[in-house]
Design a protein around this ligand. Structure first.
Ligand SMILES: C[S@@+](CC[C@H](N)C(=O)[O-])C[C@H]1O[C@@H](n2cnc3c(N)ncnc32)[C@H](O)[C@@H]1O
Length: 439
């Protein structure tokens, strides 16, 4: 239960929305608004903003039905944020409406419209079912994404799978942790925190599924590097590479360092971690030092410009977690569908191709390259690897897990019943391909 007053959370959510309207990404907008906030307030702002983004199309639709003329910008912002909260948490309607009206009364810009705000929100309460049914007749509103994105997903995954994935994106994503194997195991951590009333389940080799998300500062052992936040699908990267003591590994697109850290938790390896963005590169060092790990080289550079940073010694393994559309992790970044344009897919596929071609010569004979994107689009996944294999006669694709396709597209899932797969039961969307170099 958050200790931040609901009205304060809503006010922060409105400020974040204003920043996003001015062009900031969700993450950037949260950074700007929460600069002076304590961790609890930041978590509350995050929660409200993510809810508002997950339901923004439905909230816009409802506002058009509830208000006969377009309200002023501050009134509109308040109503959109609050309607999203009401859509997601109907059981808290009474408190949400009361706090929203108090908030409206306490601000000059919304004071005179507080009666109108109250009337709109209470009408939504009365006509909720009818209005939502009407809203969700529109596919784009129901799935909270532009039609080009929905059509692309359906073409890629098939109508049914795309629909299930897009619907999952409208719900709060699960919080998944990674146990630092140098300090604990996922099973041990889950047993220990159960005594403190935290309900957690081991998933996959190192993953932990929390039954309720919580701010990282409240996670037992987070500060001391016992656990990290990382989706179970992302945890497969280090597990597939299966590092061995003494190996030299390149992590080419490394920030914020989740996979770098996991590799270092699994074996005594020498990792070179590259990151183009200097601000993000700093987060690699912060994460490693929290975990008590040491990557020998964290370099801020363009991985593709190998002349600028490579010492000429080949690597045993290369991990290329390439920049991508992030179409597989929309539930964690719900603004992505609104900021992407159709032409971004090919532009990113070209960047991925250039990185693959630049880094392949750095893999030693007999060494491996693991290609990962958090996207399910084939231009960034299976097609990318097929054309790579056509260009490189010395590359061969290895099976990732026995019985699974060599080019593995993971579609986001939450299926705790799944018994028949070596994959974790809950994960985001990714594409994985493992390549080996022969002479
Ligand atoms: C998918 S994220 C990496 C996530 C990271 N591997 C992890 O697990 O925490 C991709 C990263 O690659 C960086 N990047 C993009 N192009 C790059 C390039 N040419 N060279 C190095 N880093 C790059 C981006 O700034 C971004 O931080």
């Amino acid at each position: 239960m958050s200790s931040v007053a609901l009205s304060r959370s809503i006010a922060l959510g409105i400020d974040v929305r204003t920043q996003m309207q001015a062009g900031a990404s969700l993450e950037k907008a949260l950074d700007i608004v929460c600069r002076g906030c304590n961790p609890e307030e930041k978590a509350a702002a995050q929660s409200v903003t993510y809810t508002a983004t997950r339901h923004c199309m439905a909230a816009e639709f409802l506002l058009r039905k509830l208000a006969s003329r377009s309200p002023s910008e501050p009134v509109k912002a308040l109503l959109l944020v609050v309607l999203s909260l009401l859509i997601e948490e109907p059981e808290k309607s009474y408190a949400i409406v009361n706090e929203a009206v108090c908030l409206a009364k306490s601000h000059k810009q919304t004071l005179s419209a507080s009666g109108f705000i109250n009337a709109c929100l209470r009408r939504f309460g009365r006509e909720r079912e009818t209005l939502l049914k009407l809203a969700y007749k529109d596919k784009a509103v129901r799935l909270n994404a532009p039609m080009w994105w929905i059509n692309k997903m359906s073409k890629t995954l098939g109508e049914q799978t795309a629909q299930t994935m897009l619907e999952l994106q409208r719900r709060r994503p699960p919080m998944i942790l990674r146990a630092n194997r140098r300090k604990t195991t996922n099973e041990q951590w889950c047993r220990e925190v159960a005594e403190q009333g935290i309900d957690a389940t081991p998933i996959g080799a190192d993953g932990i599924l929390l039954s309720s998300p919580m701010p990282v500062d409240r996670l037992p052992g987070f500060r001391s590097g016992i656990v990290s936040v990382q989706d179970a699908g992302a945890q497969l990267a280090a597990q597939i590479l299966a590092p061995k003591n003494g190996e030299r590994i390149l992590d080419a697109c490394a920030a914020p360092g989740g996979k770098t850290a996991h590799l270092l938790e699994l074996a005594d390896v020498e990792v070179t971690a590259l990151e183009k963005d200097p601000i993000r590169a700093k987060r690699i060092n912060d994460n490693l030092s929290r975990l008590g790990l040491n990557a020998q080289n964290v370099v801020t550079t363009d991985a593709g410009q190998t002349d600028a940073w490579w010492d000429g010694k080949p690597f045993d393994s290369v991990l290329l977690d390439a920049p991508c559309t992030a179409s597989g992790i929309v539930r964690r970044h719900p603004d992505i569908v609104f900021s992407r344009r159709p032409e971004d897919i090919n532009a990113l596929a070209l960047q991925q191709k250039n990185l693959l071609d630049a880094l392949w010569p750095l893999v030693k004979v007999g060494g491996k390259l693991l290609y990962v994107v958090c996207s399910v689009f084939e231009e960034e996944g299976s097609q990318q690897i097929k054309s790579f294999l056509d260009r490189h006669a010395d590359a061969e694709q290895l099976e990732i897990y026995p019985g699974l396709p060599a080019s593995l597209t993971l579609v986001p899932t939450e299926n705790m019943e799944r018994q028949d797969s070596p994959l974790p039961a809950v994960h985001d969307g990714f594409f994985y391909a493992l390549l080996v170099k022969h002479s």
